[in-house]
Every structure is written in structure tokens, then in C-alpha cells.
Design a protein around this ligand. Structure first.
Ligand code: 5GP
Ligand code: ZN
Length: 113
């Protein structure tokens, strides 16, 4: 989608710090690091939200999440980790290309929750 910021990242038109990439999925650091290592995982096809994901897109995405989580755990050494996905403006979604937040946690006062 031409006016989608995440599609532009996939196409290489906007730079991003890539954490993981394969044929179907891209993971990159969130530009606004809520906690250190805050990462977004997105499908390479433009789908607005969870309701639009096909089982195949969801499978391709979620099957690599443990690998990405483990590499974040090794690199940033958090003591916990949240997975979060906002769907719809009322739920806090601001970019309308499906994305899963991976939020490493470092204890009280780490900036989230
Ligand atoms: P949402 O609020 O939709 O769940 O999350 C959107 C996320 O995308 C936000 O955490 C925001 O910081 C991040 N974001 C928005 N624009 C960019 C960008 O151009 N690059 C990167 N890396 N992250 C972005
Ligand atoms: Zn998009």
C-alpha cells in the first residue's frame, strides 16, 4: 500500500533497524523504544489488523516469534517480555498495517505498565 509507513519499510524506502527478515515476515526496532529492544513484527503483505490475517499469514508470522523473542532475550537480557497487538484506534492502534509488539521488560520503572 503506497501510503503505508510499514510497507515503505518493507520496500526499503524508509530505513529501519532490522532484527529479523524472511520471505514473509520482517521484524525491526520500534522508532520509539518504550523499553530497550522494543521490536515490531509484521507480515510482508499489507493487512490492516488481526481480523484480516489469513491462517497462512498468521502461521508464517507467529512461527518465527519464538526465535525473534530468543534473540532479543540474548541481546538485551530482559527479565521479562510482553507480546502486544493493538487492533483499532480505540485499542491504541496508530499504524494500520498489522504488527506485533515485542516488549522486553526490565522491572519496575522500565517505561511500560
Ligand atoms: P501501534 O500504536 O499502532 O500499536 O504501534 C505503532 C508503532 O509503530 C508505534 O510504537 C510507533 O513508535 C511505531 N512506528 C511508527 N512509525 C514508525 C517508523 O517509521 N519506524 C519505526 N521503526 N517504527 C515506527
Ligand atoms: Zn502496509
Amino acid at each position: 500500500m503506497s501510503d503505508c509507513i510499514f510497507c515503505k519499510i518493507i520496500d526499503g524506502d524508509i530505513p529501519a533497524a532490522k532484527v529479523y527478515e524472511d520471505e514473509h515476515v520482517l521484524a525491526f526496532l520500534d522508532i520509539s523504544q518504550v523499553t530497550k529492544g522494543h521490536t515490531l513484527v509484521i507480515p510482508k503483505v499489507h493487512k490492516e489488523n488481526i481480523y484480516e490475517l489469513t491462517p497462512e499469514i498468521a502461521e508464517n508470522l507467529f512461527k518465527v516469534v519464538p526465535k525473534i523473542a530468543n534473540s532479543i532475550k540474548e541481546q538485551f537480557e530482559p527479565i521479562g517480555l510482553n507480546l502486544l497487538n493493538n487492533n483499532g484506534e480505540a485499542a491504541g492502534q496508530s499504524v494500520f498495517h498489522y504488527h506485533l509488539h515485542i516488549l522486553p521488560r526490565y522491572g519496575k520503572g522500565d517505561g511500560f505498565g
